[in-house]
Design a protein around this ligand. Structure first.
Ligand code: DX5
Ligand code: ZN
Length: 228
């Protein structure tokens, strides 16, 4: 997959869940390409969020690509249900995936894009075993669990290192490089310069009165670097 331009994936974790459908429509109006759904189970991360019912609400509100980030133990328990609910991509955590190849292949067999996420403290080396099996690599720029945390600066070097490794893969099989956690218009240019293809942003988008403006601000920051 090669997007040709930076993709923006607003995280509904920072949206007003009482108005979820409107919050999704607003970021679509601002030009977002994807919607990011953060599933947390209270085990892999301390926080608990949502599951298939919320994916169904998002699916009913938009035709955008639904990008589901599984911060859960034993993620394979949910693949069928979430793809049925409308997930277009499922990203599991390397740290929660002892049978990574099998789990990634199971996602592809359901017709969804298979992603692998990696925490700030985990070595990138394990990715070398799965380049042929993965459509998306998610470099976490915070320790997962909550929206609104500060971007970890060392992420820039990790993105650049991951980009280098990915650029050795033929373009038609090269996964997308996604970054998630503390992304705002202030640091979007830096993460794009380091190689990110897909920007996840929760509070950076939903802190705006109109979240469409948050998407536009990210787009403009990301586009400045591409143009320069
Ligand atoms: C963190 C989640 C992120 C988070 C992003 O655990 O995976 O997707 O919601 O929110 P911000 O952009 O506010 O860090
Ligand atoms: Zn996320």
């Amino acid at each position: 997959m090669s997007p040709g331009r930076v993709l923006i994936s607003p995280s509904i974790l920072a949206a007003d869940l009482g108005r979820l459908a409107e919050e999704v429509v607003a970021v679509e109006a601002g030009g977002a390409e994807w919607i990011h759904v953060d599933v947390m189970d209270g085990h892999f991360v301390p926080n608990l969020t949502f599951g298939a019912d919320v994916i169904r609400v998002v699916e009913a509100a938009t035709d955008l690509f639904i990008d589901v980030h599984l911060m859960v133990e034993a993620p394979e328990k949910y693949f069928d249900e979430y793809v049925d609910a409308g997930a277009d991509g499922l990203t599991l955590h390397l740290e929660a995936a002892p049978h990574l190849h099998r789990q990634l292949q199971a996602i592809r067999e359901l017709g969804a894009a298979a992603g692998v996420a990696i925490n700030p403290g985990t070595s990138l080396d394990a990715l070398d075993a799965v380049w042929e099996d993965v459509d998306l690599v998610l470099i976490m720029s915070v320790n997962p669990g909550w929206a609104g945390q500060a971007f970890i600066p060392a992420t820039l070097d990790r993105l650049a290192e991951c980009r280098d490794r990915m650029d050795a893969i033929p373009a038609e099989r090269r996964p997308l490089l996604q970054v998630d956690g503390g992304i705002t218009a202030e640091n979007a240019a830096d993460v794009v310069a380091a190689g990110a293809d897909v920007l996840v942003s929760g509070s950076g988008v939903y802190r705006y009165d109109d979240p469409a403006d948050g998407v536009r601000a990210l787009r403009s920051a990301a586009t400045r670097i591409i143009a320069s």
